[in-house]
Design a protein around this ligand. Structure first.
Ligand SMILES: Cc1cc2nc3c(=O)[nH]c(=O)nc-3n(C[C@H](O)[C@H](O)[C@H](O)COP(=O)(O)OP(=O)(O)OC[C@H]3O[C@@H](n4cnc5c(N)ncnc54)[C@H](O)[C@@H]3O)c2cc1C
Length: 393
């Protein structure tokens, strides 16, 4: 008799899992994909929305039935995980499972920093962690004529360790295009000791140099306490106040509500085995942003699409083996890369093995137009795969 495989979340991790499962699951197994929306946007496209190189229509896509293969898609809000009884409650009913894959990503929690929502509502702040927000941030940056733009990393962890630095450099590029860059200072504030700490001091220093070459100030070790929308000030722990004309922030992140309620860890993120992505609960796997993996250097594996995609095969193999089917031993190897946008259609690339026994071994390649084009190809290939491709295994 066929088994029920439930995949929660239809982002990078969920879609990749659905594709891989079709290679390993038996023909009578039922694969169900549940997401609150059938429309997807890639994280890397958000940066180009911020810069103004993409429109909303360019970046949103709906995976087709052909591309989803034999997976059934359900549009519903996941409300409650009953892991003891193997049920998931959603806005469209209760689903039983034999295997459950958690790919619900990370939730934004703007109210996690006092004053941030008020600053957003007052029109003095913006972010670019959703498509609509990135369009708004672009419009706000375009209307800046002078003063100070502050990029603020509010809390750790957050998606895409390069995004704050790329955002600041793309904003600088945009302000150059609008002809006001000489009248505007751009500063980055972060609680981190260096950019992209997981990649080590050499990469961090390289990013600081990129920022300096664009006259962007880098201010590490700053933990925001609150934002004062009226005074247009960020107040940091210890009392330092920094004024701004426009605040562009990386929102605080948290585990999605139903996952948090399942209490799989104190922080809410789901601890998994680094190679198999199995959770401590039998029959449950997690991948992508919702999963937490601690590296040998004590730092968490970054929340990035490249890992969500790469982890899916190990999960499909693990599910198949649990059902007694033949499948290779699951082994996600921790390889990953990310592009770093500098503006001017230039990108650098950091790549390496995040599971290296001595800590992540990441090397950064010199910026080039070719790397920017390679990033564009990744964007287009992913969309094409889900809008024109067939993933039925
Ligand atoms: C500005 C920016 C730039 C980025 N750039 C890069 C980059 O260059 N390279 C890279 O590798 N990564 C990048 N990322 C990170 C990347 O987008 C994420 O790491 C990736 O999307 C994670 O995939 P996921 O499947 O875990 O989660 P997601 O893709 O976020 O998917 C989660 C899905 O779960 C659904 N969901 C959540 N809660 C519920 C619920 N309760 N009920 C129903 N559905 C729910 C959501 O609707 C969503 O579709 C970037 C991110 C940002 C914000």
């Amino acid at each position: 008799m066929g088994r029920n495989i439930l995949v929660l979340g239809g982002g990078f991790g969920g879609l990749s899992t659905v594709r891989e499962l079709q290679k390993y699951a038996a023909p009578d197994d039922k694969i169900t994909l549940i997401d609150r929306s059938d429309t997807q946007v890639q994280g890397l496209s958000l940066l180009w929305l911020l810069r103004g190189w993409r429109t909303l229509d360019d970046v949103q896509f709906v995976p087709t039935k052909d591309a989803l293969g034999r997976a059934e898609q359900v549009v519903a809000d996941v409300e409650h995980l009953d892991l003891a009884n193997k049920h998931v409650r959603t806005s469209e009913g209760v689903f039983d499972y034999d295997a459950l894959v958690l790919g619900l990503g990370a939730e934004l929690n703007i109210s996690g920093v006092p004053g941030l929502e008020e600053a957003l509502d007052a029109g003095v702040a913006a972010h670019y962690y959703t498509a609509e927000a990135a369009v708004d941030a672009h419009a706000k940056l375009k209307s800046v004529a002078s003063g100070k733009v502050v990029f603020l990393v509010t809390r750790i962890p957050y998606k895409c360790p390069a995004a704050p630095y790329e955002g600041a450099m793309l904003a600088s590029d945009l302000l150059t295009e609008t002809g006001v860059r000489d009248n505007v200072s751009v500063e980055v504030y972060t609680p981190e000791p260096q950019p992209m700490p997981v990649a080590g001091p050499v990469v961090g220093q390289g990013v600081v140099q990129m920022l300096e070459s664009q006259k962007i100030g880098f201010n590490p070790g700053h933990i925001v306490e609150r934002v004062d929308a009226e005074a247009r000030e960020v107040v940091f722990e210890g009392g330092e106040c920094v004024s701004f004309d426009l605040l562009v922030f990386i929102p605080p992140h948290q585990a999605p509500a139903p996952v948090k309620k399942a209490e799989l860890s104190p922080a809410g993120w789901v601890p998994v085995d680094a190679h198999t992505l199995k959770t401590m609960v039998e029959g449950v796997w997690a991948l992508g942003d919702v999963a937490s993996i601690t590296l040998t250097n004590g730092k968490p594996l970054p929340k990035a699409a490249v890992f969500a995609k790469g982890q899916a095969e190990a999960i499909a193999q693990g599910v198949a083996r649990q059902f007694g089917y033949e499948a290779p031993e699951p082994h996600f190897n921790g390889e990953g890369h990310c592009y770093l946008e500098l503006g001017g259609h230039l990108a650098a690339k950091g790549a390496g093995n995040f599971y290296h026994p001595d800590g992540a071994k990441i090397e950064m390649t010199e910026p080039s137009e070719e790397l920017h084009r390679a990033k564009e190809r990744e964007e287009q290939e992913w969309m094409a795969q889900w809008t024109t491709g067939t993933n039925a295994g």
